[in-house]
Design a protein around this ligand. Structure first.
Ligand SMILES: Cc1cc2nc3c(=O)[nH]c(=O)nc-3n(C[C@H](O)[C@H](O)[C@H](O)COP(=O)(O)OP(=O)(O)OC[C@H]3O[C@@H](n4cnc5c(N)ncnc54)[C@H](O)[C@@H]3O)c2cc1C
Length: 480
């Protein structure tokens, strides 16, 4: 029987394993799947912990519904009833500017203004900055299709102030990245598309919104109203429920094994397939197809004996380190109204945290009634050295920041630090060409595949989709 080995039990590896079974036709030959995960736990960056009535997400805390693959997967494995919307009544984001929190004007979608009044009355952007934003509609579109940094794109279209106060901190909050090195084409392809198709981000966004309104069909009489889905979704019991349920489903299929606490050291060609060597004393494993669903630098090391040029190319995808600090207080000790989902911190403010989510406001079921839970982001491209602070130093630093920014000086009832070393791939300028070259090199090795957040999208939903795409390719290979 043929064997598929998946290296890495993050969400991409798990989605690939599940999809291989889900899409196998009864007429296909059966094959064995072995998924190998280095750590003692599955899920990679996804890690939910429960303590003293709090639900703490150490890594990701939600996924985008606009990219439907994670949501659809949840539905298919029986978690539809657990999907949890954000608490929309409090959907506001704040930006730290001049040491004070200012509301991100309503109607600003990512960084594109779509409503006049909230922008006109906003205390975040100066009058010249607002005029410059509005002028975006008259800025001619770029003539060539060359990639450029997000920084250069935003400066060109919306001006320096939008870059400093909106784009840079939002991007740092999501990608932990630096807009002066990030590729706009790879990280925000929609922005590029809006410019190319409509000549302006504002005009394009307004047109899209109008079109969406028109095409939103009125429900047929008698049909129950569709359940509203917010932009960000999570699971009531935390994102580890996705990992755990997926694991149970995968293990429920025949000929499928998950092995934890074992690392693959190298992948070599062996006849028509591959030989995989383990770290430690395990005997090597033969595979007809290999999916490397580990970070790109780990893939580089695993494949160095198989293909030196591919290994070197994989190493050109940079990663940054981050940490999250979840900190809880008694509600009565916090004077701040917590009237939003949290705030982001522009680099120009020279603070130590990148962003903070007011977790217990954003999602229900995260904290006991009498408490609030806040999650701060540390490190990233701009402050990577802070990730190496010890727990005590990091918690003190975060408390100092929350005291200055939100006026919270109470004793926390809980504080938890999670470090994510080299965990955020950075899509720097030229990323698309780099990935095309990697994929071309991988395709020269029949039965070898790479997947995960390093290649075609950094979020959970993209990782699910990428794992599923690889599964389809393997099914095709095995049916040959
Ligand atoms: C702090 C933080 C917050 C985030 N927030 C969000 C969010 O809110 N929403 C969102 O959509 N995304 C978020 N992300 C991104 C999201 O976590 C990733 O997109 C996703 O988890 C990547 O999954 P993956 O399977 O590609 O990689 P990983 O989760 O990195 O999994 C790779 C796995 O491979 C294993 N491995 C490595 N080497 C070997 C080896 N030699 N042998 C065997 N196994 C090996 C690793 O141990 C790991 O388990 C966040 C990331 C971080 C770090």
């Amino acid at each position: 029987m043929k064997r598929v080995v998946i290296i890495g039990g993050g969400i991409a590896g798990l989605a690939a394993a599940y999809s291989l079974r889900e899409h196998r036709k009864p007429s296909d030959n059966d094959f064995e799947i072995v998924l190998i995960e280095k750590k003692a736990t599955l899920g990679g960056n996804i890690r939910t912990e429960k303590e003293k009535g709090f639900l703490i997400e150490g890594g990701p805390d939600c996924f985008l519904s606009e990219k439907p693959w994670a949501m659809e997967l949840c539905k298919r494995i029986g978690l539809e009833g657990d999907l949890l919307n954000t608490n929309e009544a409090d959907r506001k984001t704040f930006v730290l500017s001049g040491g004070k929190l200012h509301e991100l004007p309503e109607g600003v979608i990512l960084m594109i203004p779509t409503r006049i009044m909230p922008l006109a009355t906003s205390s975040l952007i100066s009058i010249p900055g607002k005029i410059r934003m509005a002028m975006e509609m008259f800025i001619p579109k770029k003539k060539d299709r060359e990639d450029e940094t997000l920084g250069s794109f935003v400066r060109r279209r919306l001006g320096q102030e939008t870059l400093d106060k909106i784009a840079e901190p939002l991007v740092a909050g999501v990608h932990a990245g630096d807009p002066e090195t990030m590729s706009v084409r790879a990280s925000f392809p929609k922005f590029v598309q809006l410019e190319e198709e409509h000549g302006s981000l504002i005009k394009g966004m307004l047109k899209r919104m109008e079109l969406m309104k028109k095409t939103r069909k009125a429900p047929a009489p008698g049909t129950p109203p569709r359940k509203k889905v917010t932009m960000f979704l999570t699971l009531k019991g935390g994102l580890s429920d996705l990992v755990n349920t997926l694991t149970v489903r995968i293990e429920g299929f025949g000929n499928t094994r998950i092995r934890k606490g074992l690392a693959i050291k190298s992948v070599h060609k062996n006849g028509t397939g591959y030989e995989l060597a383990f770290e430690g004393g395990e005997p090597p494993l033969h595979a007809d197809a290999v999916v490397v669903a580990a970070p790109a630098y780990a893939a580089s090391s695993l494949l160095s004996g198989l293909d030196k040029a591919l290994s070197e190319k994989l190493l050109t995808i940079p990663y940054v380190s981050t940490a999250t600090v979840s900190i809880a207080f008694r509600k009565k000790d916090v004077r701040h109204p917590l009237n939003g989902f949290g705030f982001v911190v522009p680099r120009t403010e020279n603070r130590k945290i990148m962003a903070a989510t007011w977790t217990s406001v954003k999602f229900s079921y995260r904290a006991p009634e009498d408490s609030v839970l806040i999650r701060c982001f540390v490190g990233g491209a701009k402050n990577m050295e802070l990730v190496s602070l010890n727990d005590e130093e990091m918690i003190k630093m975060v408390r100092d920041e929350l005291r200055d920014i939100m006026g919270i000086d109470a004793e926390p009832v809980l504080a938890r630090v999670f470090r994510w070393v080299n965990s955020m791939p950075q899509y720097t300028v030229g990323h698309e060409e780099r990935i095309a070259a990697i994929e071309e090199m991988v395709s020269r090795h029949h039965g070898l595949y790479v997947t995960g957040s390093a290649y075609h999208g950094i979020g959970i939903s993209d990782s699910v989709r990428n794992g599923e795409v690889i599964a389809k390719k393997i099914l095709h290979q095995l049916s040959d």
